[in-house]
Design a protein around this ligand. Structure first.
Ligand code: NDP
Ligand code: 8X3
Length: 250
């Protein structure tokens, strides 16, 4: 029987690439994001290949999140795979100069948004005693880099929450894991630098991970046999050794 996956942040980058990868393998999709025209275009691209339903909500908004997920039609209600991917960095400032709005955005989206979506999906999984949750963390969840302060904090929280989920959901046979990429060339830096030219240089002079590279690893994790759980993956492009060491040719 075909599985159904709910992917947050499916309008761009890693989430959108994961939607394409899952569709290729016949997984039904619930695609989430705030930009309706993007949701429509991904749905349009994939609905010949698999069944696709879209949900437009802001993960920061608790009520919107629960209402949207509760509104799923019957055939999309049983979520077998949850990909908690929606998130971004906002700003790259030393802590003494950081913006409260940026801090709110990162904690509200990357941490609390992930929790709201999980809270809405987990009861179905515990009831059915099956399911898989993959949280998209980051290398920033494993080490802290200069000016990364709150973003790194939000991703460290994602890793701690992942480990907690894995313990608590263990009696139900639910798999939980985190995929933690380093630099991935997506809209991430456009968002972090708010469209500033600084974003243009982030992926220059080396070949960063592409969203599809991460999507393939996510699919690997969801396609293991029932007794195998990929608990934690750290992945970098070859040019990157850690958060502060990137071999550039320029
Ligand atoms: P993108 O900016 O390309 O995609 C971010 C996605 O998150 C979009 O689909 C966006 O959709 C969604 N999103 C953002 N805010 C909200 C919100 N408030 N409510 C609902 N959806 C939201 O970035 P990436 O694909 O790179 O990022 C995806 C995940 O990967 C993030 O968690 C990020 O932290 C993580 N990551 C990224 C890395 C990188 O270098 N790119 C490296 C390691 C981890 P919309 O705007 O339509 O709502
Ligand atoms: C995104 C990668 O290095 O910008 O999580 O934090 S990094």
């Amino acid at each position: 029987m075909k599985k159904t996956a709910l992917i947050t942040g499916a309008t761009s980058g890693i989430g959108r690439a994961t939607a394409h990868e899952f569709a290729k393998h016949g997984i039904n999709l619930v695609l989430c994001g705030r930009r309706q025209e993007r949701l429509d275009s991904v749905q349009h691209a994939l609905s010949e290949v698999t069944d696709v339903y879209t949900l437009n909500f802001d993960v920061r908004d608790r009520d919107q999140t629960f209402k949207a997920i509760a509104s799923l039609p019957k055939e999309f209600q049983n979520i077998d795979i949850l990909i908690n991917n929606a998130g971004n960095a906002h700003g790259l400032d030393p802590i003494q100069n950081g913006s409260l709005d940026d801090w709110d955005a990162m904690m509200d989206i990357n941490v609390k948004g992930l929790l709201y979506v999980s809270k809405a999906i987990i009861p179905g999984m515990t009831e059915r005693k099956s399911g898989q949750i993959i949280n998209i963390g980051s290398s920033a969840g494993k080490e802290v880099y200069p000016n990364g302060n709150v973003y790194c904090g939000s991703k460290h929280a994602v890793l701690a929450i992942t480990e907690g989920m894995r313990i608590d959901l263990n009696p139900f046979g639910i798999k939980v894991g985190a995929i933690n990429p380093g630099l991935v060339e997506t809209e991430f830096s456009e968002v972090r630098f708010k469209g500033d030219a600084a974003a243009d240089n982030v992926y220059k002079g080396y070949k960063a991970l592409q969203a599809e590279d991460v999507a393939e690893v996510i699919y690997f994790a969801v396609s293991r046999p029932a007794h195998v759980n990929i608990a934690d993956v750290l992945m970098f492009c070859t040019a990157q050794a850690n958060s502060t060491t990137v071999k550039k040719s320029l």
